[in-house]
Design a protein around this ligand. Structure first.
Ligand code: SAH
Length: 364
């Protein structure tokens, strides 16, 4: 397939669009108008942007295109969540998931086609890795869902929260993810506050520090084990950035801000990481970190080789953390009937040969 000829408008945040227009002799404030049209009004035809001159509308259409992923499947779950399978310009497919709750409506976005980290219990990892998503492919997921959920005349936002917890490791696609999250925060685009955007990482320590500088959103860390011996096996990235370094990076991320916490995700694997002794090890590990813990019942997929911890053991684990004063919730499994739950997103894609290269790069 030939690469598309014109840049995708969705790859630009507002400052970079202003710079693009300035280079072409246009007033930079035109970027404000275009961004409002595209993200606030959902317009994807430059010709309809009526507060721009006819000439400029024509030029914009010559310079740029507004390229959204194509919806291949739109699947509702019986619990109200909803999954989109989206095809990108190169034929790869990714998934995003909408999760409505009483007090918020969350969209879970993918950041890569596949994932190179190869966590032992994750279906995305089993699929291998193909490539990073562009900024426009990340905000495109949000824009599509926003438009699909928006009801005419309804003032409320159809999506109040975004979590970078779909396919991929967002910090391994740093620049594109940061640019996308800036658009999410931009008042002329999606206008989400930084508290309402959560990035989840398997623990890419140097990138966590860079994130704090570049785009200070809420941080979730996929911990899953209280010791290096076990975490090395479950999350191979731990061999590069072991737990002590990860905890130090977490402390730096929230340093000096009294009420900020890191969310630690902990997938409950039967007989692997769910004992009372491991709960107590976790308590000791988290004592110096302002933490909240999300226990995630393992979502099975064919060939994983793991089972979900029994409910009583999850409850006991949670009681031990709560007893030590650590705010702990058991995440409700949503969308498991449509394979939309944590760790079940697989998408469809071509060419997994790059996986080996990416793994080697991550190990270096
Ligand atoms: N790479 C990032 C983003 C993925 S977020 C990260 O690791 O944080 C997806 C979350 O779901 C992570 O906490 C991940 O560890 C968890 N997860 C993966 N597979 C799962 C499964 N089968 N069941 C439950 N949770 C899973």
């Amino acid at each position: 397939m030939n690469p598309p000829a014109r840049p995708n408008l969705l790859d630009f945040d507002r400052p970079s669009l202003a710079a693009f227009l300035r280079q072409r002799g246009e007033q930079p404030y035109r970027a404000d108008q275009v961004v409002q049209w595209v993200y606030q009004r959902g317009e994807d035809d430059f010709g309809a942007m009526t507060n721009l001159s006819r000439v400029l509308r024509g030029q914009l259409a010559d310079w740029l295109e507004i390229r959204l992923p194509e919806v291949v499947a739109d699947t509702p779950s019986r619990d109200g969540s909803r999954k989109w399978l989206l095809r990108l310009a190169d034929g790869n497919c990714i998934e995003s998931v909408f999760i409505p709750e009483q007090d918020r409506a969350t969209l879970c976005l993918s950041s890569q086609v596949g994932c190179a980290l190869n966590c032992d219990f994750c279906a995305t990892g089993y699929q291998g890795f193909n490539r990073n998503l562009d900024t426009g492919e990340i905000v495109g997921q949000l824009l599509l869902a926003w438009r699909a959920l928006q009801r005419p005349g309804q003032g409320r936002r159809p999506i109040t929260n975004v979590v970078m917890m779909g396919m991929g490791e967002p910090l391994a696609n740093f620049d594109n993810v940061v640019r996308a999250m800036r658009l999410m925060q931009d008042d002329l685009a999606f206008g989400l506050s930084r508290r309402r955007i959560t990035l989840s990482t398997a623990g890419m320590v140097p990138a966590m520090d860079r994130l704090k500088q570049a785009c200070d959103v809420s941080l979730a860390v996929s911990l899953h084990a209280p010791t290096d011996a076990l975490r090395d096996r479950l999350v191979p990235l731990n061999r590069k950035y072991p737990i002590a370094e990860l905890m130090a990076a977490c402390r730096r991320y929230v340093a000096g801000e009294a009420r900020r916490r890191i969310t630690f995700e902990y997938v409950m694997l039967d007989g692997v990481n769910d004992s009372e002794a491991q709960a107590r090890q976790l308590v000791a590990l988290l004592r110096p970190v302002p933490a909240k813990v999300n226990l995630i019942p393992f979502n099975p997929f064919p060939g994983s080789g793991y089972r979900t911890s029994p409910r009583v053991r999850i409850d006991r684990f949670r009681e031990i953390l709560l007893g030590a004063g650590i705010l702990t919730v058991t995440r409700k499994t949503r969308g498991d009937d449509i394979d939309a739950a944590c760790g079940q997103l697989a998408g469809r894609f071509r060419d997994r040969t790059r996986r080996r290269l990416a793994l080697e790069a991550a190990a270096r």
